[in-house]
Design a protein around this ligand. Structure first.
Ligand SMILES: *Cc1c(COP(=O)(O)O)cnc(C)c1O
Ligand SMILES: [Zn+2]
Length: 402
């Protein structure tokens, strides 16, 4: 490891980076990897690089094992001129994270976490998740030949369980309070030499920086005004904000975009804290939203997300399930099929435009965090149509009806 430290996001206490550490022993807030002040993007062809390799000067690893990669990152940034016009904003782009190996952005943080675990000599990794993190950690654990532990809730649906089980990890359905499993796993990891790569683990946040790095490269370093991120634990939004900040430190960009924390109103603890002018989040009681990927009622990086987004100058917004489903359909009409959580940024943009937060000429990037195929139950919420016709009548049908 390079001479870089973990730092507490709240009290700035320093910790050594050659240990599996997650939270500050003084204030219990998340740790993060020290901010990078100078670095270059590695030259070469992205077809032959991993994200850890291309942006290696922004990671604390002295050298990188490219063999642990599965082709994560380097996802498309798709502009929709039609949507920009319909919404009444300047430009709108979608960073399509459904193109990752396990169909969500989680793979970026997983490869960074696996790399750290290997550098520290761990033979076992783990995660607590019922969402996209579980298949991601299971896939990368298999690829790296690590023994992998996945803790899920006892009540997980088979539709979600099987896409984890296919990678053959030690998959354990845990009976008990799922909310306390995050903290419990950190203890279990310490006792059993398992490196847990949970939602806001410091290296997960580091992996998410590469979303910002790629957006910068894809826009030729002409910054968007806003980047909208659907937020649950807060790991991804922290990483994206940090990524832009580090590229600004290095002089690649002249400003950090404003980052918008978008939540579902059925589970919006961070938005609520902002709205109530509170500096700390409170547990959101009885969460209920179709956007399951962002349904964490007590996000472990909630307080830090509040701190950084206020400092960044961005804002917080919450949207209803009805708006989410509608925007999932609208997004698909631009060719991008994201899961409900991934339609939240578009719904947020629409709402902020209605509220005149956007004036009409801004350049916006929405992060489409995961694939629509992750949650096929959402199909029922849409009015999906298919026509039928006999083959002999098809030609007439096409001529007459269209
Ligand atoms: C995990 C996840 C999120 C939320 O990311 P956090 O880092 O938990 O805030 C959003 N969308 C999808 C599809 C996810 O899998
Ligand atoms: Zn601290």
């Amino acid at each position: 490891m390079k001479d870089i430290k973990f730092i507490c996001t709240k009290c700035n206490k320093e910790f050594p980076i050659d240990k599996a550490l997650y939270r500050c022993d003084v204030c219990n807030e998340p740790l993060e990897v020290e901010e990078i002040k100078e670095g270059k993007i590695k030259e070469g062809n992205v077809l032959n690089q991993t994200i850890l390799d291309r942006y290696s000067e922004f990671f604390p690893f002295v050298n990188v094992d490219n063999e642990i990669g599965l082709g994560e990152g380097f996802t498309s940034l798709v502009e929709s001129k039609e949507l920009a016009e319909n919404l009444g904003v300047g430009k709108i782009y979608f960073k399509n994270e459904s193109q990752n190996p396990t169909w969500s952005f989680k793979d970026r943080g997983t490869i960074a976490g696996v790399q750290h675990a290997l550098k520290l000599g761990y033979k076992r990794i783990g995660t607590v998740s019922t969402g996209n993190m579980a298949p991601s950690v299971a896939a990368y654990g298999s690829k790296a030949g690590l023994e992998t532990f996945v803790f899920v809730s006892k009540h997980i649906a088979p539709e979600k369980l099987n896409p984890i089980a296919i990678y053959n990890p030690n998959l354990i359905k845990v009976d008990g309070d799922y909310g306390s499993l995050y903290y419990e796993s950190l203890k279990i990891g310490k006792e059993n030499n398992i490196y847990f790569i949970n939602s806001d683990a410091p290296f997960r946040v580091e992996g998410s920086k590469t979303i910002a790095f790629e957006i910068c490269e894809q826009l030729n370093f002409n910054m968007p005004d806003y980047v909208v991120v659907p937020t649950s634990a807060g790991g991804n939004i922290r990483g994206i904000e940090k990524g832009f900040r580090e590229f600004k430190n290095c002089g690649f960009i002249d400003r950090v975009p404003k980052i918008i924390c978008a939540q579902a109103s059925g589970c919006s603890p961070i938005y609520n804290a902002y709205n109530n002018k509170s500096e700390t989040i409170e547990r959101f009681e009885n969460p209920n939203t179709i956007a399951h990927a962002i349904e964490n009622p007590f996000p472990p990086s909630g307080n830090e997300t509040l701190r950084i987004i206020k400092k960044n100058g961005g804002t917080f917004v919450a949207v209803s399930d009805e708006e989410i489903v509608e925007c999932q359909g609208i997004l698909a009409q631009s060719g991008i099929f994201g899961q409900p959580a991934s339609a939240v940024p578009l719904a947020a943009v629409r709402k902020l435009k209605e509220e005149n937060y956007f004036k009409g000429n801004e350049k916006i990037v929405c992060v489409v965090t995961g694939s629509g195929l992750k949650y096929t139950a959402a199909f029922e919420k849409h009015n999906l149509v298919a026509m039928e016709c006999k083959i002999e009548e098809l030609s007439d049908f096409i001529r007459d009806e269209f």
